[in-house]
Design a protein around this ligand. Structure first.
Ligand code: ADP
Ligand code: 5GP
Length: 187
């Protein structure tokens, strides 16, 4: 159904990836979410196996040693990575896959699957607005929030490496813009 089966959403933390990913999956149930592994602590409302596979540092490092990751990064002092098995499972069942990964993970996925990736960058109207959204979400301590904002400045410089960049200011407009991009990827 889609020309490029690996659809990658990336943005600074708080940029709106999860919000846009959830919207996209309600529109297109045949798009499956790639559940990443992470060593960060579970947030209220998150479900193991749905939002992430929450692993200990030792478990994650064992999977690195076994070559189980298609890509992984250390972000905010934790590991985050995409399992090769997650990609294989969905591709083998004929579905497209949606990734919520950081900018470096997006670039790695394109390097590994050059013909099959659609890279979409989501960006906030400003760093001040990003800060307001993260503060409102209340999922990080003040220190963690500052680390995320600091990293956001570097992540925003990756915008031009992506196939598309979508401004997430008015959510309805961002939803529409994302839909247009996804429709252009229909075969
Ligand atoms: P990410 O997954 O990139 O970290 P989220 O989707 O969790 O980002 O969005 C961060 C916060 O900002 C959430 O609380 C979300 O509800 C809110 N949010 C997302 N998009 C908008 C928007 N366009 N306007 C206002 N708030 C938004
Ligand atoms: P959060 O802690 O907010 O869920 O995610 C922090 C950052 O890690 C986000 O930018 C998110 O996209 C990224 N991330 C989540 N899973 C992966 C992954 O498997 N690989 C990479 N490279 N980044 C990931």
């Amino acid at each position: 159904m889609f020309k490029k089966k690996l659809i990658v959403l990336s943005s600074p933390s708080g940029g709106g990836k999860s919000t846009l990913a959830n919207h996209l999956m309600t529109l297109y149930p045949e798009i499956r979410f790639s559940v990443s592994c992470t060593t960060r602590k579970i947030r209220e409302g998150e479900v193991h196996g749905k939002d992430y596979f929450f692993l200990s540092k030792e478990e994650f490092e064992e999977k690195i040693a076994n070559g189980e990751f298609a890509e992984y990064e250390q972000i905010f002092g934790n590991y985050y990575g995409t399992l090769k098995s997650e990609i294989k499972k969905h591709i083998n069942s004929g579905n497209s896959i949606l990734f919520d990964v950081d900018v470096k993970g997006a670039v790695s996925l394109r390097r590994n699957f050059p013909e099959d990736t659609l890279l979409i960058f989501i960006y906030p109207p400003s760093l001040d607005e990003l800060q307001r959204r993260l503060e409102k979400r209340r999922t990080e301590s003040e220190e963690e929030l500052n680390t995320r904002l600091e990293r956001a400045k570097e992540e925003l410089t990756y915008k031009d490496k992506f196939d598309y960049a979508i401004l997430n200011d008015d959510l309805k407009i961002a939803f529409d813009d994302l839909e247009k991009v996804i429709k252009s990827n229909l075969s």
